[in-house]
Design a binder for this molecule. Structure first.
Ligand code: B3K
Ligand code: ZN
Length: 879
């Protein structure tokens, strides 16, 4: 497979003004007739040769302007259709035969259970018909579908339904027209025997929009939360971004077999069932929140992605980073801003930082790829959102909104670049984002090293900040970034007033305790004056930039920030840092053969948190959650992560807190019991999450906690509490503790696919010695199916990603298991195969494991018939 470069971008030499598609859906095969209204793009030369994309297609007929095309005028290649001597303007028509029933890649047109559905982003449309399958070719689509009226009473595509007719032979025909020009990746088609719920939304200009969610009949009572989320998203996008919905109908369809969470096809969003269905017995609290966020994300794409789309796939973050930023703002407004921020930073630090430090590291705007599907990454999405957030911080909310308005107005109906976005932001605000652009072009996580100096006589305090960024593949030397460091200074009685040396006091704010330092040089010193005492610096408030920050805090300083800082994020972050330092210390003790001695300061800090009734329980739950094993491994650095040591130390700290704070934990646990009927309200969710944290500590500390978990499992009326109990029992208990409840869970909920998936995930993350045999055994379970991505992710993905102790077993059996699954999936579903592979690519990190991990990658590399997806990840990882 070859490499594609951003620098080689060329505009298309033909445009497709209109696209007419006709589908005849059948049980064995589907016939697709296309009518493409082509126009030469004179901006780009006057070649009469056109190369269309097409994959796994059988060309049945081809016509030009109504006449059969002479075979000398075209050539069918492996993934192309070459056309010669095309006139400047013409109508090209093709009939292709495809077999959706055999399509296991879940890209293009395929079957999921009893329905037909599509997934075209990024390059799936070429598996449906020959086309210019690239995002800068935008076309107005008209689609007709013929299908058996009994089997497929629901036939959907983009835009408005304009006609329905009954054909003679038991077929129904529908005609859909989408007035908005769109690239092929936003095309969608669904056919099935589906039920729907319906609601409506009145837009800010008074238009009435019909909202429908289509699901299998058995799931019809699980749609309300998604519908409410959709309405909230529509209102919020009007109020906060001034974006109004543009059609009279908006459809959502849930499908079981889906490669990712959901897809923003114009007016026909297709969702993984796991990201739309909600029911207290199948969906956890986190699941409810995820559904709301994903419904919002896909809806927001209607503007940031569909009305204004990407010129090429290197610009993916243009729509994804911006839309993740938008959905994060939405979630913050719907719930707790600080908690949302903490969740996002946790993901960024434990997974995106690792990606940025690994063999697949790439800039937010990559410069090359082999398989674009490998670039739907945490870097493009989450770091991309951080980059947009920094622009928001630099410009302030009003100028940012002006920039966003300008961007949408100027580029409506166009396919554009990240540069266009930045230009709009600059023009609307007057800001210069010249050097800031390095965030788009340079990979790697910048490191900020901060030191301080206190001058008692002068009452001045200096912070010296230096930045660096490690080399990443193909980028050895990095230019300095522009890094906004939001900060404050904490004194004995609270936050101190900030006065920078050489700057006039800010007349606007009396209470001047917060500021954003612009770090844009390799090293800079900021001096604060007029201070009554030596402060503790509160740095990177709100996580104002996606960087690693190093400052040599004492444990006492961290405790002060934890309890006294103004910024919720810094309070949480200080608790994390304290946790890291305590766990690392215990790890060293255990390694030396000593007993674990957890610093009493930490135990008391946890005790104090538990007594703090003023703190939001959701926030408290986050503050009391110890850093994850993955994050600790990431912090250890290359060649130094000792998973077993980390696991033992972390577990010892959990147990120590559990014993030291037993009374307070038990008390909180009892107080927080939710008496009311299950509801996914902020208040109930917060109570359950803090309760789960308490239960975890108590169970780590011994038998009484396990007894509580058992009782919780028996009494629970929702899956959140059931799974929390099951998790605790299977993490800390012995077989006799978890065996019966594990079986009972399946007996009770085995008929609910989404509940079963979570049951698989709990078992995949168990730390005991039987884990690998258990995962292999579950792969033979009747409910497991290698063709269903949700199953694969729940069982194998969770094992490799969330069970470090067993994945990194010394005998290499964890690596072997993953390699075997990836090898099998390679031909079934390359996208899922390559995603699953990620944990093996981190071989440089793990102490004493590099050779074993590499050798599994080498085995994959030597396989015949390796997909481009897997090839790219394997070959880059082995470099
Ligand atoms: N845009 C889709 C992702 C498509 C992934 C293709 N491999 C969902 C989203 O980000 O909203
Ligand atoms: Zn998206």
């Amino acid at each position: 497979p070859g490499t594609i470069y951003l620098k080689d971008y060329q505009a298309p030499n033909y445009l497709i003004n209109r696209t007419e598609l006709h589908f005849v859906l059948g049980e064995e095969e589907t016939l697709v007739t296309s009518r493409l209204h082509l126009l030469r793009n004179t901006e780009n030369g006057d070649s009469s040769e056109l190369i269309l994309d097409g994959q796994d297609l059988e060309l049945v007929e081809i016509y030009l302007d109504g006449d059969v095309l002479d075979p000398s005028c075209y050539e069918v290649g492996e993934a192309t259709l070459l056309l010669r001597d095309l006139p400047e303007q013409c109508l090209l028509s093709c009939v292709t035969r495809i077999r959706p029933q055999l399509n296991t890649s879940l890209e293009g047109l395929y079957r999921s259970q009893t329905m037909f559905c599509t997934q075209c982003e990024a390059e799936g449309f070429r598996k449906i018909t020959y086309y210019l399958d690239r995002p800068d070719v935008m076309s107005v689509f008209t689609v007709t579908i013929d299908a058996d009226a009994d089997r497929y009473p629901v036939l959907l595509s983009n835009g408005n339904l304009e006609e329905t007719s009954l054909l003679a032979n038991g077929l129904t025909r529908v005609l859909w027209h989408d007035p908005f020009p769109k690239p092929s990746y936003l095309f969608a088609l669904v056919a099935g025997d589906l039920e729907h719920i319906e609601d409506s939304f009145t837009t800010c200009s008074g238009r009435e929009v019909a909202l429908r969610i289509y699901v299998e009949e058995k799931d019809i009572d699980k749609c309300d939360h998604a519908m409410d989320s959709l309405k909230r998203s529509m209102r919020w996008d009007e109020e906060v971004f001034g974006r109004e919905y543009d059609l009279d109908i908006f459809n959502v369809v849930a499908v079981d077999d889906f490669n990712m969470g959901a897809m923003e096809n114009k007016s026909l969003n297709i969702f993984n069932t796991s990201c739309v269905l909600c029911d207290p017995n199948t969906t956890t609290d986190v699941g409810y929140q995820r559904v709301e966020a994903i419904v919002a994300h896909e809806y927001f794409h209607n503007w940031s992605g569909n009305r204004v789309t990407c010129r090429d796939w290197f610009q993916l973050s243009l729509k994804e980073g911006f839309t993740v930023f938008r959905d994060a703002e939405f979630s913050s407004d719907m719930g707790s801003r600080t908690v949302k921020r903490v969740e996002d930073v946790t993901l960024l630090r434990s997974a995106q930082f690792a990606e940025d430090a690994g063999p697949m590291a790439h800039p937010v705007r990559p410069e090359s790829y082999i398989e674009i599907n490998n670039f739907y990454t945490l870097t493009v999405y989450e770091k991309g959102a951080e980059v947009v957030r920094m622009i928001h911080t630099l410009l302030g909310p009003q100028a940012f909104r002006a920039g966003s308005d300008l961007y949408f107005a100027r580029h409506d109906g166009q396919a554009v670049t990240c540069e266009d976005f930045v230009l709009a932001m600059e023009e609307a605000s007057g800001a210069d984002l010249g050097q800031f652009r390095n965030w788009y072009s340079q990979a790697g996580t910048p490191r900020l090293t901060v030191t301080d100096a206190w001058n008692k006589e002068a009452g001045s305090y200096a912070l010296t900040i230096s930045q660096s960024c490690p080399a990443t593949p193909g980028q050895d030397d990095k230019k300095p970034f522009v890094i906004p460091v939001a900060m404050g200074l904490l004194g004995d009685a609270g936050n101190l007033r900030l006065q920078l040396q050489g700057e006039a006091p800010d007349p606007d704010t009396e209470d001047n305790t917060h500021m954003v330092l612009m770090v844009d040089k390799p090293e800079q010193t900021f001096v604060f004056e007029g201070l009554p005492e030596k402060p503790v610096p509160s740095l990177l408030r709100g996580f104002s930039a996606p960087v690693r920050l190093e400052f040599d805090y004492s444990r006492n300083d961290l405790c002060r920030l934890m309890s006294g800082d103004d910024d919720g994020f810094v309070r949480w972050d200080s608790a994390q840092s304290l946790g890291v330092s305590v766990i690392t210390e215990v790890q060293a003790q255990l390694l030396a053969g000593d007993e674990a001695q957890v610093d009493p300061l930490f135990l008391e800090a946890c005790g104090a948190l538990l007594q703090d009734d003023a703190l939001d329980p959701a926030m408290l739950a986050e503050m009391l959650s110890l850093p994850s094993e993955n994050y600790l491994a990431e912090l250890a650095g290359e060649g130094a992560a000792d998973v077993q040591g980390i696991y033992r130390a972390r577990t010892a700290v959990l147990a120590a807190v559990g014993s030291h704070c037993r009374e307070a934990l038990e008390q909180r646990y009892a107080q927080l019991a939710v008496e009311a009927k299950y509801a996914a309200t902020g208040e109930q969710i917060a109570a359950r999450s803090l309760r789960a944290v308490c239960l975890n500590y108590l169970a780590a500390a011994g038998a009484s906690g396990l007894a509580l978990a058992n009782a919780q499992f028996a009494a629970a009326d929702n899956i959140t509490e059931r799974l929390a109990a099951l998790r605790v029992l299977s993490q800390f208990g012995s077989r006799s503790d978890w065996e019966a409840p594990m079986a009972k869970f399946y007996d009770d909920w085995g008929h609910e696919t989404l509940a079963v998936n979570q049951w698989l995930a709990v078992q995949a993350s168990m730390p005991d010695d039987g884990a690998i045999a258990r995962v292999r055994h579950l792969m033979e379970h009747p409910d497991f199916d290698l063709r269903n991505p949700n199953k694969v992710r729940s069982l194998v993905g969770t094992f490799a990603g969330q069970n470090p102790l067993n994945f990194h077993r010394e005998d290499g059996s964890g690596y072997r298991l993953l390699r075997q699954v990836v090898a099998e999936l390679n031909s079934i579903n390359p996208q899922i195969a390559s995603r699953l592979l990620a944990p093996l690519t981190k071989w440089r990190y793990y102490q004493g494991r590099a050779e074993q991990m590499r050798s599994e990658l080498e085995l994959l590399a030597s396989m015949d018939g390796l997909s481009a997806d897997v090839f790219e990840v394997v070959s880059k990882s082995l470099k």
